[in-house]
Design a protein around this ligand. Structure first.
Ligand SMILES: Cc1cc2nc3c(=O)[nH]c(=O)nc-3n(C[C@H](O)[C@H](O)[C@H](O)COP(=O)(O)O)c2cc1C
Length: 502
């Protein structure tokens, strides 16, 4: 029996002969029999001309020069390949960054649906996985969860939170107005804070009334002078708003450490251009570092300045790179007796609206080993009690959140967890302005699909259900408070495992 195979060469050769033949036939019958045949003449004549152009005149695409119109099939199939693979071929635990089972868990929690599974875990259970050690004597009663930022400095504007997960930085710009408003409204309903990201004046966050962490990125949108330095007056004014609870200075983020923020030109509307004071029609690339921060000394001085101007708790967000630099920074903090109120540590597995692939893939230390290092450096330096640690990097479920707390974090941030709660389908188009569910797009036609009230409810449900399961796992470890968590509560097969376990 001859084998059936698709031979692109033969199909293209036949098509490239058939098209002009059909065009000639339709012209012939159009002239002889009926002018209606000329519909075919136009269609096939047009295809013939396109084919002539593709095969003889355009030089950009080799496949099209060799195969003509049939070569287009390749590009068409390639363009819908991700959707095909996602819907038809990939198994439940294959996709990245989040596989279907991980996404389903967030969807169920956000819809208040049963999030139990059956038969057995989809995970590998190989030598790389960290597990939580349960106790033979689970605790009864929950000691509550309370983290107070700013208490170490004894400032009057302390900020207390009572849930373990907060909404991580995502700017208006990376997200559309509807997504920002749904997240902000959901944050208010759930009683958790939302981080503005580096998008400038937080107009839509403020509108919905939640507690806000204002992020100052390296471009300082919203609080900048023309030369990119800090405008103290603007920061002071903003900090006086009672909704603004903390200021976060962003030094780097896990998806692109060592590189500034990036907002593709497709996403810059008139409103965004005026909020950030940037031109339209060009990608906005923030500087790789704060103009004021050239070394450990000037960085600590800058933190102090922001604390003094804002009179609020001030955190620093970074992805760990060279450990010795962080050690030097801590030494400098001790020297100046100035400490940030928290360190937000973002693992290199963190998400982004847009970043170069090489940075996402290969730069920065993953969260769990980074967390361990930062915790050790602070403990060894005798300053662990001077600041809180906030961890982020794929901490979208309560199990991973407990692991992060056991490795030293006081509280966690998640960005993509809350995006999934908003209905993100992981279409991987955040950088294109074409998000099919209206989250990471400025296109009003696409944002129409996102109902703010419905999605705000999901954001709230996700936060509430995260905490519910968090308490259950905490109890299983025999602990009443997150403060009882430490590495002894974890099964860590080997230290390198920390790098593998995301
Ligand atoms: C769409 C999008 C926009 C983001 N924008 C910012 C930003 O403005 N500033 C920032 O520090 N991090 C930003 N991040 C990174 C997140 O705040 C977070 O650190 C990272 O995604 C890790 O958390 P996750 O794994 O729970 O998403 C963004 C992430 C996403 C997905």
């Amino acid at each position: 029996m001859p084998r059936l195979a698709i031979n692109l060469h033969k199909i293209a050769a036949v098509t490239n002969v058939v098209i002009p033949l059909l065009a000639a036939l339709f012209i012939f019958f159009g002239v002889r029999n009926s002018k209606w045949y000329h519909i075919g003449s136009v269609v096939f004549g047009g295809l013939f001309l396109v084919n002539v152009y593709l095969m003889n005149f355009q030089v950009k695409y080799a496949v099209l020069r060799n195969f003509g119109i049939i070569g287009q099939l390749r590009y068409m199939l390639e363009s819908i390949g991700p959707e095909f693979r996602q819907y038809l071929y990939l198994s439940d635990n294959e996709e990245r960054p989040f596989n279907r089972t991980e996404r389903e868990e967030v969807y169920s929690k956000s819809k208040n649906e049963d999030s139990t599974s059956s038969f057995g875990s989809q995970n590998e259970f190989n030598e790389h996985e960290i597990k939580i050690r349960h106790s033979m004597f689970p605790s009864s009663g929950y000691g509550g969860y309370k983290v107070v930022f700013g208490e170490e400095r004894g400032i009057s504007n302390i900020y207390a939170i009572n849930k373990p997960a907060m909404i991580s930085a995502m700017s208006f710009g990376a997200l559309g107005e509807s997504a920002v408003r749904a997240l902000a409204r959901g944050a208010k309903k759930a009683g958790i804070p939302i981080n503005t990201g580096e998008g400038g004046y937080p107009k839509y966050h403020l509108m919905e009334g939640p507690n806000i962490i204002f992020q100052m990125g390296t471009a300082k949108f919203g609080v900048r002078n023309e030369d990119g330095s800090l405008n103290e007056y603007k920061l002071r004014k903003l900090s006086e708003n009672p909704q603004i609870k903390m200021i976060e200075i962003k030094f780097s983020q896990g998806a692109k450490p060592g590189k500034g923020g990036l907002l593709p030109k497709e996403k810059i509307t008139g409103e965004i251009s005026s909020l950030r004071r940037v031109p339209m029609g060009r990608d906005v690339v923030s500087p790789s570092h704060h103009i004021e921060c050239k070394d450990a000394k000037t960085t600590v001085e800058f933190i102090k300045r922001v604390q003094d101007v804002s009179q609020l708790p001030v955190g620093m967000k970074l992805c760990l790179g060279d450990e010795s630099e962080f050690t030097d920074l801590v030494k400098e903090m001790k020297l100046q007796n100035v400490f940030p109120d928290y360190v937000a540590l973002d693992g290199s597995q963190g998400g982004t609206g847009a970043a170069p692939k090489s940075f996402m893939d290969d730069v920065g230390v993953p969260l769990f080993p980074a967390l361990r290092s930062v915790q050790n450096i602070l403990v060894k330096g005798g300053v662990r009690d001077k600041m809180k640690i906030v961890a982020s990097g794929k901490l979208i479920n309560p199990g991973k959140q407990i692991i992060a707390l056991a490795l030293g974090a006081d509280v966690v941030y998640t960005a993509r967890g809350f995006m999934l709660a908003l209905g993100c389908i992981q279409a991987l188009q955040c950088n294109k302005n074409t998000c099919p569910v209206g989250i990471t797009t400025q296109n009003p036609g696409l944002q129409k699909g996102l109902d703010i009230e419905e999605k705000a409810e999901r954001v709230k449900n996700y936060a509430v259900n995260l905490e519910k399961e968090f308490k259950e796992i905490l109890s299983a470890t025999g602990s009443k408070s997150y403060k009882d968590l430490n590495e002894k509560k974890l099964y860590i097969p080997e230290i390198e495992a920390l790098a593998m376990c995301e």
